[in-house]
Design a binder for this molecule. Sequence first.
Ligand SMILES: Cc1cc2nc3c(=O)[nH]c(=O)nc-3n(C[C@H](O)[C@H](O)[C@H](O)COP(=O)(O)OP(=O)(O)OC[C@H]3O[C@@H](n4cnc5c(N)ncnc54)[C@H](O)[C@@H]3O)c2cc1C
Length: 458
Amino acid sequence: MNPRVNSANVLHDLIASVGGSVHLPGADESARGPAICNGAVDRRPAVVVKCRNADEVRLAVRAARLRNFPLSVRGAGHDWVGQSVRHDGMVIDLSAMRHVNVDPITRIATVEGGATAADVIGAARQYGLVAVTGNIGAVGMAGLTLGGGYGPLTPKFGLALDNLLNADVVLEDGSLVMADCTTNGELFWALRGGGGNFGVVVSMRIRLHPLSEVLGGVIAFPWSEARTVLHAYCALMSSAPDELSVLGGIFPTLDGQPALFLAPAWCGDPARGQPVIAELRSLGSPLFSNVGMMSYADMLARFDAHLIKGRSYAVQTRWMADLSSDTVDALMAAGKSRSSTTSIIALQHFHGAGTRIATSSTAFGLRRRHFMIGIVASWDPVADDGAAHRQWARSLSSSLEPSAIAGGYANLLAADAYEQVDAAYGCNALRLRRLKKRFDPDGVFACRNSSFPLNQGS
Ligand SMILES: Cc1cc2nc3c(=O)[nH]c(=O)nc-3n(C[C@H](O)[C@H](O)[C@H](O)COP(=O)(O)OP(=O)(O)OC[C@H]3O[C@@H](n4cnc5c(N)ncnc54)[C@H](O)[C@@H]3O)c2cc1C
């Protein structure tokens, strides 16, 4: 018998004693692993422990250590690389821990470790409050926050991690600690950017902001205007106010042809926002434009609607200071030569509040203005093995490299992007590595991949 399965039976007894739900391989379909968004990930865990509270997480961590299981944590399953599943390991599945409690007086949300961005926004909405999230609702709030958290409100309120007030964390020895600026301050520093490398966040408190509606939507330009619009978009973002974020991208239109999309979100006075949207529209001759007042929740839901279930994905990312002619040339060439009609390139501009925070005050590695580029190759897993699509994403990443800022957004880094992973934390890398040794000396929480610098000696 597979010794891991045997061990898993022991785990079953252990976990059952506190009521956690345990799946073993072969028992049923769900035992293959928890649902994750990337169909290209074919790793199979030995055991999945669906925890319902912090005590069950503590027990699961202790049991994994006792039985020497590689451990991974599944929040909402929206990591492109599928790092929430380690082969033959134990998955601590937090999908049953999604409760969100909002205090409208203090404007603080208490968020369980498996809650999605949509869970948080849904709970805050009735009080006219919002949280800093990514662009879609399905992504896990803790996973997003621990790695960074770029989204429509980042220019105004900083990254999602800049809005983290404290966290309850289960460490590698199964102990539960609270971390904030004054208690376990070093752990709190590392959590804000260091990803899931330090423990399981079972609950966290995040700052909310009053905002009932945004002026948001999408403006699509024909491919023939893409080059001009990209240059103009870059120029416009160089002086963009904090109230404005514009997600740019090369996305397919309904007929599968590429088009240049700009998705603005204006979170200030709508009267001041309308001329800004008009200026964006005037960058070309839009194929369509549907920008209007809407709730923040509805804006995220629009992006969620474009997530196709059951697809396979390969992702690359780059940080760029601006969009030089070479960069635009590379984006145009890649847009034209997409290996699949559903592959996309997204550009998120970072400016405003997040740039006014000192790089040393959290572990996040890049605080200056930049574009974060996500290259997402997408294909039908039944149709092919994905080689051409992976190559398309890699090739664009290589073309961008000469003008790129070293490193990249940790939450999007591919497993094989070794050089970028090395540089992702910049001047914070050494401190982060020291803290990794202090809080997780055996590398139990190997978030990203085993070559991650945090998982090597300093
Ligand atoms: C469709 C899509 C859109 C995205 N859009 C954005 C975006 O707009 N902005 C942005 O910044 N990012 C975006 N991302 C990236 C996303 O923020 C990260 O991949 C994030 O880690 C996903 O978290 P998750 O819980 O959904 O994923 P999971 O796969 O469940 O978790 C990924 C890893 O995060 C860590 N983790 C998750 N929860 C916990 C926890 N409670 N405690 C400790 N560690 C934990 C673990 O290491 C885990 O393995 C997007 C990803 C996808 C797939």
